[in-house]
Write a protein that binds this ligand. Structure first.
Ligand code: PEP
Ligand code: MN
Length: 368
């Protein structure tokens, strides 16, 4: 299924001065000096295309720094006048949109805490009506693809065609090395449903700590995302928000130099031929996998009927344990990750149980 949104290509509204596209700047504008000093150094790297800064900060707890407010727009404009960099801010309500547009902000973005709320997104969309400004929509805090798509649709329906998504990871109960789980498959699903939508990655908010950022950023580039939003601060150690994840402009520059830019396609005819041969092999193997899965399910059905006729429960835990153990051991010999083998087996097993449950229940209905 493809969704029908009227979206302009990124190149028609974003002047990418250096590949990959990098949007950078502090998490929050704190003081005029901090913002200007950061902006100057970012500009000097020659690798940053847009300056970002949060001036209205939705914080998890009241009492934390909630942003410097409207005065930050003046500082951003000074930074823009001095560096020539277009400026981007987060907006979270109609008043923010009005002020940002009046101040000549070049790009607006909607934060993760706003995308979760359709009322908020609609309020922002209504305020955008009649304005031709680029808008980037961060994914919602929770891993809900429809909510993300819904927000993009609301903004698009307000007439915004210079639209992009930002993948900033998802909150999860489970504590891991990441501040927000990347859950790449959600970003990939969005790309599949809306191939024309530019998707940028925000490794800063995924990682939560600066050491991890280069790995996530590289992975995003390898998944063909169209740019990166990375937080940078003149002195991250004293940053008022998100201190652990901000990098200095110098560190950002070094990080960008380390990125490997791979192409989505190669013009080399030899490469294209070899790729076609390998893809053909993959197609054949996939066909075999599904054929075998079909055969397996037929036997599962036979077993279901046999269990039904002998009044035996569907699930025998000892048998399931045995399957798990044997197959994961075999999988590891074949160099398959244990976690992967287990997930595949669980999927197959739950489908088998579903089929056998249907067989058992059909009998009850017949008897009844
Ligand atoms: C931010 O960009 O500083 C921010 C608040 O991000 P998010 O909405 O992704 O949490
Ligand atoms: Mn931040």
């Amino acid at each position: 299924m493809k969704l029908n949104l009227n979206i302009q290509p990124l190149s028609s509204w974003m002047n990418v001065t250096h590949q990959p596209l990098v949007i950078s700047g502090p998490c929050s504008a704190e003081t005029e000096e901090q913002l200007l000093a950061t902006a100057r150094l970012l500009k000097a790297t020659g690798k940053v295309s847009v300056l970002r800064a949060g001036i209205w900060k939705p914080r998890t707890r009241p009492g934390e720094f909630e942003g410097i407010g409207s005065i930050g727009l003046e500082w951003l404009n000074k930074a823009k006048a001095e560096t020539g960099l277009p400026i981007a801010v987060e907006v979270a309500n109609a008043k923010h949109v009005k002020e940002a547009l009046a101040a000549g902000v070049d790009i607006l973005w909607i934060g993760a805490r706003s995308t979760v709320n359709p009322f908020t997104v609609q309020e922002i969309a209504d305020a955008l009506e009649g304005h031709d400004v680029p808008v980037m929509v961060k994914n919602p805090i929770n891993p809900d693809l429809s909510l993300w798509i819904g927000a993009l649709e609301r903004i698009n329906r307000a007439g915004i065609t210079k639209l992009a998504a930002i993948h900033r990871g998802f909150s999860s109960f489970e504590k891991t090395a990441f501040r927000n789980q990347p859950m790449w498959d959600l970003a990939i699903s969005l790309k599949t449903l809306l191939p024309q939508l530019p998707i940028l990655n925000d490794p800063s908010h995924i990682c939560g700590s600066r050491e991890l950022i280069p790995f996530i950023a590289q992975k995003a580039l390898d998944l063909d995302m169209q740019g990166l939003m990375i937080e940078a601060h003149i002195d991250p150690s004293v940053a008022w928000t998100d201190a652990a994840q901000q990098v200095t402009p110098a560190a950002l520059s070094e990080m960008i130099d380390g990125f490997v830019l791979r192409k989505a396609e190669s013009k080399n005819p030899d490469f294209v031929d070899k790729l076609a041969v390998m893809r053909e092999k993959i197609d054949q193997i996939d066909d075999q996998i599904f054929q075998k899965l079909g055969e397996r399910m037929k036997i599962v059905e036979q077993i279901g009927e046999y269990k039904r006729d002998n009044d035996v429960t569907i699930l025998q835990v000892s048998r399931w344990d045995e399957i798990l153990q044997k197959r994961t051991a075999y999988g590891s010999v074949l160099k398959l990750e244990k976690d992967f083998t287990e997930k595949v087996l669980e999927l197959i097993h739950s489908e088998s149980i579903r089929k056998q449950t249907a067989i058992m229940n059909a009998t009850k209905a017949e008897l009844g």
